[in-house]
Design a protein around this ligand. Structure first.
Ligand code: ADE
Length: 263
């Protein structure tokens, strides 16, 4: 008798704040919570609306790390060490909000990072400016196949009308640092020093570094909340309240299409 092979995938989702997860946990069955100190990782089975769920079991582990590079690196490391049914995560997706650096980016636009830089890393004169000694590189590159899949998936969903709140899709360089950027002169400085930079946030490149060192596929995906200028604090706070109702849609679009992802 024909017996269908069931494939299992275990996907890690990381955000900095609970608003960036929104109602995603409602999509999980049989949720179990594991606490690592003050970090909770919630794991469960994705309850898919699609028929592929018969041949593909998707386990999700999800956490919010808190702000900044140290918290993000710590949470990424915990997520990578976490097991569900003895399965390690196959990939890690970090989603959340970012400040626009390039003027073409507007609130609700989505940014797929194809490269990441730690803009506060500076060990000159021993290393080049921004060089991450552990990786001997200035820019951490995303895997092209994964970035292309994320871009294609989100573009298609946007075209089909299921991401209607979201704006345009962009692919480009994101910079990470332990600094909330809130001055035009800081934006100008960053874009002068890092010429193709399009967005700034506080966690992505540290998660990318951990994922690279641990050899786990990753993708950082950000939604523009503010323009990193003098009104960024207010814009950010107001945006976050709205984003809480839409962040799960972004995450579920990715997970619902995970069978096509090169992971
Ligand atoms: N995340 C969202 N907006 C940001 C900003 N302006 N600076 C740093 N991280 C951010």
């Amino acid at each position: 008798m024909y017996k269908q092979n069931i494939i299992s995938k275990h996907i890690g989702i990381l955000c900095a704040m609970p608003e960036e997860i929104g109602s995603t946990l409602d999509k999980l069955k049989n949720i179990e919570t594991k606490a690592y100190g003050d970090l909770n990782i919630y794991s469960g089975e994705w309850s898919s609306s699609k028929t592929f769920s018969k041949s593909l079991n998707i386990y999700i582990s999800i956490a919010w790390s808190g702000w900044g590079k140290v918290s993000a690196a710590r949470a990424a490391t915990r997520l990578i060490g976490h097991r569900v049914n003895e399965l390690q995560i196959d990939a890690i997706f970090f989603t959340g909000v970012a400040g626009a650096i390039h003027s073409k980016l507007k609130q609700w636009d989505i940014v797929i990072a194809n490269e990441l830089i730690q803009h506060d890393m500076d060990a000159r004169p021993l290393f080049k400016r921004y060089e991450i000694p552990a990786l001997s590189t200035v820019r951490i590159k995303s895997e092209k196949l994964i970035s292309n899949w994320a871009l294609f998936t989100l573009k298609k969903s946007k075209r089909d009308g299921s991401l209607e709140m979201f704006g345009n899709l962009h692919e480009g360089l994101i910079a990470t640092g332990d600094k909330f950027v809130h001055e035009k002169k800081e934006v100008e400085k960053l874009s002068k020093n890092i010429e193709d930079l399009i967005a700034v946030e506080m966690e992505g490149a540290s998660v990318a570094q951990v994922a690279k060192q641990e050899k786990i596929p990753f993708q950082i995906i950000r939604v523009i909340s503010d323009e990193a200028n003098e009104s960024s604090a207010q814009d950010f706070n107001e945006f976050l309240i709205k984003y809480n109702n839409h962040s799960a849609k972004l995450i579920s679009t990715l997970i619902e299409n995970i069978k096509d992802a090169p992971i």
